[in-house]
Design a protein around this ligand. Structure first.
Ligand code: NAD
Length: 497
């Protein structure tokens, strides 16, 4: 069994706390490794290495930093298949989906390669006689990232490439359920030539997180995970005076209007609900079927859901892999049973799924629940599994009111042929990312990613322009270079002229 440690100062460091967490292959259920759970002292070591690296790294020329990022981009691209296999082995998602995750992470590395443009300041000349003003952005020092299990490569890549491109050092605390991809990302950064300490990985659970939040040398914390932890992280880190962006859970709604192409909508709903076994923060978990769209749409989704082939992620025939743990699989299944008891119609029941040859794996089939109402647990909670709820609404207005009453506001989509209603939806819906005939509207890297309401605590979204602002701080320099006639005391507050 593998022992998975940390990566500090550009080398592997074994766990020293004596505490470990289990790592499984969800496809087989086998225990494949144990991951070190860092003590506060081990976190301190990682932060100390980052702190030592941060100042000289900030002084490295932008040209050199960019050259390293280009080298890193090439390495990641060359190793994308290996990275995807690491993701599948610990998360379970199918290989093609894992490759997609790496590709979306690479987008952010490519954005970071162009950070020179993002960091270019603004200059105003002659704001007063002989006076110029320059606005510039400088790195914060050490930035910490805490990431979830469901995108073991992509979410870390949302964070550290831009942070280090901006001149910060970064300490990453990945999910203890799928830790190996982050370690490989850091090894490849070292191979690309990043100096020791610029990117460190410390594995662990809540003790490691608590120490990162409290550590006086950590200037900012970027968190992605479930809503209760995001809220707690935001509260704790802001109390310590840090800058925080904490992205939480979701319950993304897809509104299907009666004029929509129902085949297109059903394809979109099934891919977005059951891709990655529903373990995506941008998964569609509720379809709001408006008016007479409902019967035809439910029939089409049911047909496609029954055809979703479940199996191990490394098998190219599989369309959906296992869930992350046996416990999570059981929790997800309990929502299907609970919804039936609360009056929903279970149109497709995936809870009895068995995969021959993989009896120990954490599998569930796709489940479709119709006539779900907002009072039901399956509607209220983030299930984070392959369960799609259909809520029926009488009108566009009723549908939007339902979406906007949700405590979450990550993504929301509308399927329609009516441009006017689609435009209203864009303006009226209370979600951070909106799709029009696009079920999973994850923004490309030069736009930022982030939700509203309980899907994000803090002011900044991740990557894109917000990502650069998050990991830099502003400074404004006002300068005068006196000419021969300058001089003399002026007691008046400077007001130009
Ligand atoms: P999680 O909240 O359990 O864990 C996330 C991170 O927090 C992990 O690194 C974990 O070790 C740490 N953590 C867990 N409990 C903690 C505690 N009590 N104190 C301190 N740290 C703690 O989330 P998860 O199960 O790994 O990931 C799934 C969740 O993440 C879902 O809710 C999903 O919607 C959300 N998510 C959101 C986004 C987004 O962009 N909004 C993206 C991906 C995942």
């Amino acid at each position: 069994m593998r022992s998975i440690g940390h990566f500090v100062g550009n080398r592997q460091v074994p766990g020293a706390s004596g505490r470990w967490g289990p790592v499984h292959d969800p496809a087989t259920g086998e225990l494949t490794g144990r991951v070190a759970l860092a003590s506060a002292a081990e976190v301190d070591t990682a932060v100390a290495a980052a702190r030592e690296a941060a100042r000289p790294w900030a002084a490295v020329s932008l040209a050199r930093r960019t050259a390293l990022l280009f080298a890193y981009r090439e390495l990641l691209h060359a190793r994308r298949d290996e990275l995807a296999r690491i993701v599948t082995a610990e998360h379970g998602k199918i290989h093609a989906d894992a490759l997609g995750e790496v590709a979306r992470g690479l987008d952010v590395v490519e954005l970071a390669c162009g950070v020179q443009r993002e960091l270019a300041g603004r200059v105003s000349t002659e704001v007063s006689s002989g006076v110029d003003v320059v606005s510039l952005r400088q790195p914060l020092g050490v930035v910490a990232g805490i990431t979830p299990f469901n995108f073991p490569a992509m979410v870390p890549l949302w964070m550290f490439p831009l942070a280090v491109a901006c001149g910060n050092a970064f300490v990453l605390k990945p999910s203890e359920k799928a830790p190996s991809a982050a370690l490989r990302l850091a090894e490849l950064a070292a191979e690309a030539g990043f100096p020791p300490g610029v990117l460190g990985v410390v594995n662990g659970g809540s003790e490691a997180v608590d120490r990162l939040l409290a550590h006086p040398d950590v200037a900012a914390v970027s968190f992605v995970g479930s809503t209760p932890v995001a809220e707690a992280v935001h509260r704790a880190a802001t109390a310590y005076g840090k800058r925080v962006q904490a992205l939480g859970g979701a319950k993304n709604h897809m509104v299907v209007l009666p004029d929509a192409d129902l085949d297109l909508a059903a394809d979109g709903a099934v891919g977005a609900a059951f891709g990655s076994a529903g373990e995506r923060c941008m998964a569609v978990s509720v379809v709001v079927a408006v008016g007479d769209a409902a019967d035809g749409l439910v029939a089409r989704i049911a047909e496609r859901a029954r055809a979703v082939r479940v199996g191990p992620g490394h098998d190219p025939a599989s369309a959906m892999g296992p869930l992350i743990t046996a416990q999570h699989r059981d929790t997800v299944a309990s929502y299907v049973r609970g919804a039936r008891a609360q009056g929903a119609e279970v149109v497709v029941d995936g809870t009895g799924c068995r995969v021959p040859g993989y009896e120990g794996g954490f599998y569930l089939g796709a489940s479709l629940l119709d006539r779900v109402t907002p009072g039901m647990d399956a509607y209220r909670d983030e299930i984070f599994g392959p369960v799609l709820c259909v809520v029926r609404a009488a009108s566009y207005e009723e549908a939007v009111a339902l979406v906007n009453a949700s405590r979450w506001g990550n993504g929301a989509a509308v399927f329609t042929r009516d441009g006017g209603l689609a435009r209203r939806f864009q303006l009226e819906v209370t979600a951070g990312m909106v799709g029009v005939n696009v079920p999973i509207p994850v923004p490309v890297a030069h736009h930022s990613f982030g939700g509203w309401k309980d899907s994000l605590f803090g002011d900044h979204h991740v990557y894109g322009e917000d990502g650069v602002r998050f990991c830099t701080r502003g400074k404004v320099v006002t300068s005068r270079w006196p000419g021969p006639a300058a001089g003399g005391v002026d007691p008046v507050f400077p007001s130009g002229g």
